[in-house]
Design a protein around this ligand. Structure first.
Ligand code: EPS
Length: 345
């Protein structure tokens, strides 16, 4: 189906820059660059991030679609420069005369895109897969999501996210000690988080066609974040444990309004928002680049070896929640624009 708010991103992890083009924004939307930059900063933070975040201080440059602080309705282009590129300019050069085997690697990292990507794209140097499969690309998505959030904010929609669990830890103190322990062991940790959007109108999405169902669209958007392995809505993950009489959110009338006392559906029924908070939960697996390397195969000679290690994070669940906010904001902005009879705000 034809979507309205669409975007594509481009850029390698150690390339010159990340770029995103957004199409389908309304005209006259105020673009607060400081807000976009503050979202980029949130993505860089969180206990357990690695060395790259000490190098970068992500900020955005807008090169099209905005004039005098407001959108024109034309495609909006966002650029984030990689500071680390100055250390990689030869290795990531676009020119054939610079070709080098420096920083090439051939030992697959289990859990990453290296194996399938190298076969699919017929690449001997696994760096040619790593560079685009790296979670660095999520910086561009967070910038796009920040623009989507500005549209949602215009309509009074609010959001937040919480970390539910990291390893065995359920409190912030425990998150930190779990991450410290993993770091010391040269290991990595995943976690579970939730993202909540409130004040959404009833009826975003639709029950009439499978590819218009909002929960399906959001699941795709969140599941495709690097390392996310599970997405659910409300109490959906536990839906097999309790009978329908307890699971479904019963309705009551209060001052001419329909109200609920529970939100096990997570704000979506029949593929549409139902006016309750949208609650999306997701699990991020541990990052697959480990200092204590896993058993693997070297693709150059098919011998058994241990996986390539490259600077990485011990835990990036906090950043992942920020990325999920951004991805969901884009899906919601699209639904708002599909329902919008005009191309301006
Ligand atoms: C990341 C940038 C990357 C990694 C990390 C996330 O930069 P570098 O490879 O230069 O350290 O730190 O990506 C991964 C761990 C991964 O497996 O993709 C970022 O900007 O978030």
């Amino acid at each position: 189906m034809l979507e309205k708010f669409r975007f594509l991103t481009a850029g390698e992890s150690h390339g010159k820059c990340l770029t995103a083009i957004i199409d389908g924004l309304p005209a006259n939307l105020e673009i607060d660059i400081e807000f976009i930059n503050s979202e980029l900063k949130r993505r860089q933070q969180g206990y357990g991030r690695g060395g790259r975040m000490k190098i970068e201080s992500d900020t955005v440059e807008i090169t099209s679609g905005v004039r005098f602080g407001k959108t024109l309705g034309s495609p909006l282009t966002l650029v984030i420069y990689n500071k680390d590129f100055e250390n990689w300019s030869k290795i990531m050069s676009v020119n054939s005369e610079d070709e080098t085997s420096e920083k090439s690697f051939t030992a697959y990292r289990p859990g990453h895109a290296d194996y399938a990507g190298s076969i699919k794209y017929n690449q001997k140097d696994l760096r040619n897969i790593l560079e685009r499969s790296s979670a660095r690309g999520t910086a561009a998505e967070v910038a796009v999501g920040a623009v989507a959030k500005l549209l949602l904010k215009h309509y009074g929609i609010t959001w937040n996210s919480n970390i539910i669990q990291i390893g065995q830890g359920k409190t912030e103190e425990e998150f930190h000690s779990e991450i410290d322990k993993a770091k010391e062991a040269g290991d990595t940790l995943g976690g579970k988080f939730e993202v909540i959007f409130e004040n959404l109108p009833v009826g975003l999405g639709s029950h009439v066609q499978w590819d218009r169902k909002l929960d399906g669209k959001i699941a795709q958007a969140v599941m495709s974040i690097p390392a996310v392995k599970s997405v659910s809505f409300g109490n959906g993950q536990h839906g097999y444990k309790i009978p329908g009489s307890e699971f479904h959110d019963q309705m009551y009338a209060e001052n001419g309004k329909t109200i609920r006392k529970t939100n096990n559906a997570g704000g979506v029924e029949g593929g549409m928002t139902n006016g309750e908070p949208l609650v999306v939960k997701a699990v991020m697996k541990p990052i697959p680049t480990l200092k204590t390397p896993l058993n693997t195969v070297d693709s150059s000679d098919m011998t058994e070896t241990t996986a390539h290690f490259e600077r990485s994070d011990t835990c990036a669940v906090e950043a992942c929640a920020v990325v999920a906010e951004a991805r969901i904001a884009c899906v919601l902005a699209n639904e708002i624009m599909l329902n919008n009879p005009c191309d301006f705000v």
